[in-house]
Design a protein around this ligand. Sequence first.
Ligand SMILES: *[C@@H]1O[C@H](CO)[C@@H](O)[C@H](O)[C@H]1NC(C)=O
Ligand SMILES: *[C@@H]1O[C@H](CO)[C@@H](O)[C@H](O)[C@H]1NC(C)=O
Length: 131
Amino acid sequence: MTRFIALASVLGALAVSGLAHPFSGDAVARKRQLDHHIGNATSYTPSGVGACGVTISPDQFAVALAPDFFTASSSCSENLTVTNANTGVTKYALVLDECDSCTGQNLELTVPLYEALGGSLSHEPLEVIWY
Ligand SMILES: *[C@@H]1O[C@H](CO)[C@@H](O)[C@H](O)[C@H]1NC(C)=O
Ligand SMILES: *[C@@H]1O[C@H](CO)[C@@H](O)[C@H](O)[C@H]1NC(C)=O
């Protein structure tokens, strides 16, 4: 129940922020906001060049998308909005990699991003809403 309320308030906040800036978002951004996904995020430490062809530092915020969602030509450098489904904490990070082992809408996040969202490395995964 608590979790449901947290999720509802996150989605409500997203809807309100959409209304608060009626002219700032283009249609593509709004469509992406509606097409939000819910998945489990785990942390990972990138080792060098990711699937987008750029070096990812373990210290930076970056996201690796599951194969179902990763297309190099359109996903790379996409600025993803990732929200902790339990707390509403939201961070932005670029898609720089593909997570071969991720299924469905699950994601891998670099350690600093995972922790900034409130994830604990000793208690994975972290449920997130992303778009
Ligand atoms: C997310 O992880 C939880 C706990 O491990 C699990 O019960 C749930 O089925 C997972 N959800 C998805 C979409 O994999
Ligand atoms: C991603 O989007 C957020 C929210 O609009 C913005 O604050 C941030 O600067 C963007 N990041 C990049 C790298 O474009």
